[in-house]
Design a protein around this ligand. Structure first.
Ligand SMILES: [Zn+2]
Length: 307
């Protein structure tokens, strides 16, 4: 089996300001992901002939323009999945009742916009716990795609949060338990603790790392490191039965779109969007050459069967 699923977290721009402890933006850049990035991503998906899975923050759909974009994407054959109601980076610390509300209301907002209840979930900031999995189980969620067993990313995120605090600001982002680094790198039925294989009903589609070195194969790094490295990361994943390529809306935006304020903080914002798109095309091309079939994340989770 060689299948690949490309998913996009539609984290709207104020989330990035929150990561760096910056005041929330007030201009039109507030909604660049829904107003600009979704169209670019749809064009890319059409050009490449692949379906996308969009992970949506429910509260963003209160804006009719955003709800309209998601309905159109759903009608175009994209899967719409749940990225919680409010994208609280500290979701895992909110307690069972609020975690449940964040998952349930996120799903409800998607169903209200598209007419279809989502079957997949991704936690904000790749941070998840057994308590969140219990909630997913209760709510009959078919698959999760939050586990990111990547030592390089874990180290970089922890260092970034420390650096932001040294500069006198407070990041909304939180440090995950290093236990996640022990999780399987291939799809698995979730056990307990969640980073072990088990017999749970929820299938985990881990965020992709390369076999061996476990380098991050996600849009942030493919676009930052450029087309040649993007192709090499993709080639390293060829042979894995299921490859997940996780992007963010901001992966197809750049400083010139109105993100100058993020330029000092976020290196990938400095990369011109054409080069970013080229890097994403190259990575997907390598997987296609490697014999991969592109499906939605729900289809990938269904194709998974425990050995
Ligand atoms: Zn997110």
């Amino acid at each position: 089996m060689r299948i690949c699923t490309v998913s996009v977290d539609l984290d709207e721009i104020p989330n990035y300001f929150a990561i760096y402890g910056l005041p929330s933006p007030t201009g039109p850049e507030r909604s660049l992901v829904y107003d600009v990035a979704i169209d670019r991503l749809s064009d890319l998906a059409r050009e490449l002939g692949i379906p996308l899975t969009l992970f949506v923050i429910g509260s963003d759909l209160a804006r009719p323009e955003a709800a309209g974009k998601i309905l159109a994407a759903s009608r175009a054959g994209f899967e719409i999945a749940n990225h919680t109601l409010d994208h609280r980076y500290d979701l895992v610390r909110l307690g069972r009742a609020e975690i449940r509300r964040q998952v349930e209301e996120g799903a409800r907002a998607i169903e209200a916009a598209t007419g279809t209840a989502p079957v997949g979930f991704r936690a904000p900031g790749y941070t998840i716990t057994d308590e969140v999995f219990d909630v997913l189980d209760e709510l009959d969620v078919s698959y999760d795609s939050s586990v990111f067993p990547c030592p390089a990313y874990y180290g970089a995120k922890t260092a970034a949060i420390a650096f932001i605090s040294l500069r006198g600001r407070t990041s909304r982002s939180i440090v995950d338990s290093p236990a996640v680094l022990a999780a399987p790198t291939r799809a698995y039925a979730v056990g307990r603790p969640y980073w072990r294989k088990g017999r749970g009903a929820v299938v985990e589609l881990p965020v992709q790392v390369t076999p061996g070195l476990r380098l991050p194969f996600i849009g942030t790094y493919v676009t930052l490191w450029g087309p040649a490295v993007g192709r090499r990361l993709a080639r390293a994943c060829v042979g894995e039965p299921i490859v997940t390529l996780e992007l963010h809306g901001i992966d197809v935006l750049d400083a010139a779109d109105g993100l100058e304020a993020l330029r000092p903080h976020q290196p990938d914002v400095r990369v011109p969007r054409e080069r970013k798109l080229q890097a994403l095309r190259g990575a997907i091309d390598e997987l296609r050459r490697g014999g991969y079939r592109f499906v939605t994340s729900a289809e990938a989770a269904l194709a998974f069967s425990p050995e």
